[in-house]
Design a protein around this ligand. Structure first.
Ligand code: C2O
Ligand code: CU
Ligand code: CU
Length: 491
């Protein structure tokens, strides 16, 4: 159904009192109202960039993860109730070498069910944090994660169906960094010149987090007016005149960022979700959707002491999003040093997977709320192949080790869908419609890809040998919780 027809129909329905459930009616009214006003992301309030950026503790082994309620100072001098995997908001950064198996005992000290999904890691299905494998309040589970994949910027977060968005929003997320010898040999900036940055927008009222999406916000995604980096609002970080490696995670539920630097400083993209690209790519901006990561090098080498550089969101063409440019955080150059680093021209080897090697092509029709309306009145208005998520239904059956092509088809859609597949890293073959081409970070291994309105994105991947049930879904977490997720089983 076209948007205009829907507006007409819902108006007519209200007038003639056709049987429409009251919740749906208020949802429709809400949408009508918001469509008339234009349903945009909430405007961001820029801060003063006076809080110093902090970093989660780094852990490698011998630690227990505890999901629990904590307090944290999100805005200055305010104690907010949050969730974390240790103290405060967020969780530790887990750093391990590939080829090892990490044991992570987990305790759920929340008063609700949760679990942990290791986003981007290729682990056995029973360790993947499938929504059926939830851990009840007070329960525990021993994760054992064999890390047999490339070095990369992975992350972890909860995955209980219908509760993922709120739990992530409330603070449950962390980095999982895998290292390997290939990356080590490049001598990329490390130590205090390697910054892990998780960007998340939060709605905060009276000092407390507020997660209460309206029907309209389930459509567009829940956005917040405060942009936090590593749990701090509008932070700053002092840098010296050197190269810095920044590994950025968009850990927001729905907000997309067009990452850039002030004064058009530009940066080099060296990696994406699944590790290093083959070669660095210089850009001035890069779109980063929820769940995606980008690994970049930023040179402050030619800047004067005292210079301030902002990490920005630039405007972009994204319908309900992208209309506001805003500052995310500030870097202040405070020290002059010499730096001999230069970016290696070759970073890694990535063998392109060819279309002809796939044994099957599947189309995943992704439908937003408006397009899904005719098929599904009432609940689960975000669908994949006209289905809403069912924990116990197997939607796609895949042979162990098979190479397949999947088309994520949003060519009829108006909404933004960052599509994510568990259990694999894929390559992107093409994007048709919309932007019509791939961006720098899409030339490497990916587990999440932004499918903007009108776009169709074709990916190719080899599924694991490990049998079991995994999910794939939209990483707009409001959409995911609304049912935009399916199961696939490796047999
Ligand atoms: Cu980060 Cu199933 O997701
Ligand atoms: Cu995942
Ligand atoms: Cu979506």
């Amino acid at each position: 159904m076209k948007r205009r027809e829907f507006v007409k129909l819902s108006g007519a329905a209200a007038a003639s009192a056709i049987m429409i459930p009251p919740t749906l009616q208020s949802c429709m009214d809400n949408m009508n109202m918001n469509m008339n006003m234009g349903s945009n992301a909430v405007p961001v309030k820029e801060g003063t960039f006076a809080t110093s950026l902090s970093f989660p503790t780094v852990m490698s082994s011998n630690f227990t993860m505890k999901a629990k309620g904590n307090t944290a100072s999100l805005l200055i001098n305010q104690n907010a109730s949050v969730f974390g995997y240790a103290d405060g908001i967020l969780g530790p950064t887990i750093k391990v070498d590939t080829g090892t198996t990490v044991a992570i005992p987990f305790q759920n000290l929340l008063s609700e069910e949760t679990n942990i999904h290791w986003h981007g890691l290729l682990v056995p299905a029973n360790m993947d944090g499938h929504p059926k494998d939830v851990i009840n309040s007070g329960g525990s589970f021993d994760f054992s994660l064999p890390i047999n994949q490339r070095a990369g910027t992975y992350w972890y977060h909860p995955h209980p169906h219908g509760k993922t968005a709120r739990q992530v929003f409330t603070g449950l997320a962390g980095f999982f960094i895998a290292n390997d010898a290939e990356e080590q040999a490049l001598n990329l900036p490390s130590g205090d010149r390697e910054l892990l940055l998780v960007i998340q927008d939060k709605r905060i009222e009276n000092g407390q987090l507020n997660y209460s999406p309206s029907m309209n916000e389930i459509m567009t995604g829940y956005t917040g007016e405060y942009i936090l980096v590593n749990g701090a609002y509008a932070p700053f970080h002092n840098v010296s005149t050197q190269y810095y490696r920044m590994r950025i995670l968009n850990g927001s539920t729905a907000r997309v960022y067009n990452i850039s630097l002030s004064d058009n400083l530009g940066f080099e993209v060296i990696g994406s979700d699944g590790g290093l690209l083959a070669q660095p790519v210089s850009v001035n901006s890069l779109l980063l959707g929820p769940g995606e990561r980008v690994d970049i090098l930023v040179s402050f080498k030619n800047l004067a002491v005292g210079k301030e550089v902002y990490l920005l969101n630039k405007t972009f063409d994204g319908g309900a999003q992208g209309q506001q440019e805003f500052k995310i955080m500030k870097f202040t150059v405070n020290q002059q040093v010499s730096d001999a680093f230069s970016t290696p021209s070759q970073l890694s080897a990535i063998t392109p997977m060819i279309e002809g090697s796939a044994s099957k092509t599947r189309t995943m029709k992704i439908k937003g709320m408006m397009e899904g309306m005719s098929g599904n009145m009432g609940s689960g208005m975000h669908t994949i192949n006209d289905k809403i998520y069912d924990l116990n239904r197997i939607d796609e059956t895949i042979d162990a080790g098979a190479t397949e092509i999947w088309d994520f088809d949003n060519s009829a859609g108006d909404e933004i869908h960052p599509m994510h597949i568990h259990g694999v890293q894929f390559q992107i073959l093409s994007r048709t419609g919309g932007r019509g081409s791939l961006i720098a970070s899409e030339r490497g291994w990916k587990d999440t890809v932004l499918v903007m309105p009108r776009e169709k994105v074709r990916v190719i991947m080899k599924f694991p040998q490990d049998k079991g049930v995994y999910v794939f879904h939209c990483h707009n977490l409001e959409h995911e919780d609304d049912g935009m997720m399916l199961n696939y089983e490796i047999v």
